[in-house]
Design a protein around this ligand. Structure first.
Ligand code: SAM
Length: 194
């Protein structure tokens, strides 16, 4: 299975939870593919916040959204995703993390890092509404990506099963292929608690 098909699975799981008018966050905007998907999914009545630490990513995403006629419902933020609560003051229904570096930029050194990924994921879970969903895509083909995956597996495994249902989708005979975590918050969970 190719990575492109995994992204279809991300969308499938997100759409089991996300509705028009909802609020969503793209924690790693990159070239804006996930931002565009979320923007269309929540429509004019919804809101999408998207984060990246590179201005280049904001420029690329803005162009991608405009060229594809995205609804005017997005806020692009140049800041590290671990600062999400400084910018997002409302419950979110869905969050997407596509960890790693900006594709096609040639700047592989500017990648997501464990020190900020973990606080960002924790903040995302706190902001998530009951019945909300988080997707975290991991790229274990580079060292930091492999370590991020191990760190998050341990973190998710320790969360209360009464509040969240974390699962992992992985191609077993291709250990360096991308894989992802799906975290669904229980409809009975309490907002703010994880
Ligand atoms: C694999 S790309 C994301 C692809 C993107 N979702 C898309 O649809 O094109 C990962 C992005 O995360 C960004 N990034 C790295 N560290 C970050 C951080 N601390 N906070 C937010 N974004 C970060 C990188 O600059 C890069 O653009």
């Amino acid at each position: 299975m190719a990575a492109v098909e995994l992204t279809e699975l991300h969308k499938y799981f997100i759409m089991r939870h996300l509705r028009e008018g909802d609020v969503a966050v793209d924690f790693t905007m990159g070239n804006g593919n996930d931002t565009l998907f979320l923007s269309r999914a929540v429509g004019e009545a919804g809101r999408v916040y998207a984060f990246d630490i590179q201005e280049e990513a904001l420029d690329s995403t803005r162009k991608h959204l405009e060229e594809n006629g995205a609804p005017n419902n997005y806020t692009l933020i140049c800041a590290s995703h671990h600062r999400v609560k400084e910018f997002v003051n409302e419950p979110i229904k869905a969050g997407m993390f596509n960890l790693g570096y900006l594709p096609r930029s040639g700047k592989k050194a500017v990648t997501t890092m464990r020190e900020t990924t973990l606080p960002a994921v924790r903040a995302a879970l706190e902001l998530l509404c009951p019945d909300g969903v988080l997707i975290v895509a991991i790229y274990p083909g580079h060292e930091e990506g492999a370590l991020e995956g191990e760190m998050l597996r341990e973190y998710f495994s320790g969360l209360s099963r009464y509040r969240v249902c974390p699962s992992e989708f992985k191609i077993l005979n291709s250990p360096t292929s991308p894989y992802f975590f799906l975290v669904e918050k229980s409809p009975r969970a309490i907002y703010g608690e994880i």
